[in-house]
Design a protein around this ligand. Structure first.
Ligand code: PMP
Length: 452
């Protein structure tokens, strides 16, 4: 076993280039190499177990190595692993599209598959753009996004991204987008009401002046994830949707992180009864098993593309693995488990349990805010609580906390100074109890200076 670790570790360092990772840092530490998973646990090649405290980047729903999901893959594998959706269909892709339309907000009647959140976002952007073109209104071609937005790493998604650390270097190769503030109550002088008002006012002003040039607005509904799990004030999303509708601007809801029960509703839009014109889902769609994403849209958008071929209104977009049958099968099985096990209904009680476990944290000197919607939790660490002064970026306080948590047996990844806790929805109370204990202890160890 030990030799195997040494061998894999050397090969990892020799050949893998890890995402979102400064490889120079990576080289300095012993890599964690996962070999298997079981329930909410992941095990490394040396046999150590870790709670999956970030759902393997926010996507695991039912835990790992789930018999029903394994079976769905194997059953489909015995039929066909892949066939294309170019000019033909396959059984699971039809069944899944039908199911998605049933559970999606009303009006989203058409499903276009892809294979990651970013490609799903690309599709939404291109569809919105071509929708206006096809309707003979090509002037409507720009996009609105929100400050600190993250929609994935392909170029269209980066163009509507607004996290300077990730996106700025690419700016010269991107299309420009209008950026309005995402309401961030903790860092707004007038709190939630002020933050929301500023957002809505900026949107109204922009649309009053320029709605004839704007194709769509893209938003992470209710929770902006990668910026630090920032939760919108209640009513904000429905107001945004209302304003977009009034000015004839399409609304794209990026539910990649929030979809499939993560925030306590099947989709975050459901908290405020919002039906977007386009909705992107990924991550949890397959329970976190396989790379399938989907862009859902309305009959109205679809019909703008529906024409004689010579009219040149076809949507020329697709990926080799679009509608992959293995992925669609496991997605169907995951959605069945969500219903059979009443997963969405269970999130409220589990979220309440976590909230009670974390309630004391807000009194700690280095904790600025604990933010939570369902089982999506972010804990913002600050150097100076009274002044809300962040830790210096270079200190990487969030990384230190997550490394300490790893030593104690839980995996998670920080977002700058925000420690993220996004457990699998299937986590039981005793598991959530153990995970929050590690979370709290690792924050204490690092902020009290015992570690790091
Ligand atoms: N949109 C949002 C809101 C996300 O959180 C993410 C991933 N964290 C993406 C898009 C990109 O998804 P993927 O990594 O599957 O491309």
């Amino acid at each position: 076993m030990h030799f195997e670790y040494e061998r894999l570790s050397a090969l990892d360092k020799a050949h893998l280039w890890h995402p979102f990772t400064q490889m120079k840092d990576y080289m300095g530490a012993d890599p964690l190499i996962i070999e298997r998973g079981e329930g909410v646990m992941l095990y490394d090649v040396q046999g150590r177990g870790y709670y999956d405290g970030f759902s393997s980047v926010w996507l695991n729903v039912h835990g790992h190595n789930v018999p029903e999901l394994n079976q769905a893959v194997m059953d489909q594998l015995a039929r066909v692993a892949h066939s294309t959706l170019l000019g033909m269909a396959n059984v699971p892709s039809i069944e899944l599209a039908t199911k998605l339309v049933q559970i999606a907000p009303p009006g989203l009647n058409k499903v276009f598959y892809s294979d990651s959140g970013a490609t799903g976002v690309e599709i939404a952007i291109k569809m919105a753009f071509q929708y206006w073109h096809n309707r003979g209104i090509p002037k409507k071609k720009t996009f609105i996004t929100m400050n600190h937005a993250y929609h994935g790493d392909t170029l269209g998604a980066v163009s509507v991204g607004a996290i300077p650390l990730y996106h700025e270097v690419f700016r010269p190769m991107l299309f420009p987008a209008h950026v309005i503030p995402y309401p961030y109550p903790y860092r707004h002088a007038n709190g939630a009401a002020g933050a929301m008002e500023e957002t809505l006012e900026r949107l109204r002003t922009l649309l009053k002046a320029k709605s004839d040039e704007i194709a769509a607005m893209i938003v992470e509904p209710i929770v902006q994830g990668a910026s630090g799990i920032v939760v919108m004030p209640p009513g904000c999303l429905s107001e945004l949707a209302e304003i977009c509708k009034r000015y004839d601007v399409l609304l794209i809801a990026d539910e990649v992180a929030t979809g499939f029960g993560r925030t306590g509703e099947m989709f975050a839009c459901g908290h405020e009864g919002v039906s977007p014109d386009l909705m992107v889902v990924g991550k949890g769609l397959t329970g976190g098993y396989l790379p399938v994403a989907a862009t859902l849209t309305t009959d109205e958008v679809y019909e703008a593309f529906y024409a004689d071929y010579e009219e040149q209104k076809t949507f020329f977009h697709g990926h080799s693995f679009t509608g992959n049958p293995l992925g669609c099968s496991v997605a169907l099985a995951s959605l069945k488990l969500i219903e059979d096990r009443r997963v969405i209904e269970s999130v409220g009680a589990k979220a309440g349990f976590v909230a009670r476990k974390l309630a004391g944290l807000t009194d700690w000197p280095n904790i600025g805010e604990v933010r939570q919607k369902g089982l999506m939790i972010g804990i913002e660490l600050v150097r100076d609580k009274a002044a809300r002064e962040p830790y210096d970026w270079a200190e990487r306080i969030g990384v230190q906390v997550c490394m300490r948590a790893r030593e104690m047996g839980m995996l998670t990844r920080p977002l700058g100074n925000v420690v993220v806790f996004i457990p699998p929805l299937a986590s039981t109370e005793p598991e959530l109890d153990a995970m929050t204990e590690i979370l709290v202890q690792s924050i204490r160890d690092v902020t009290e200076g015992r570690i790091g």
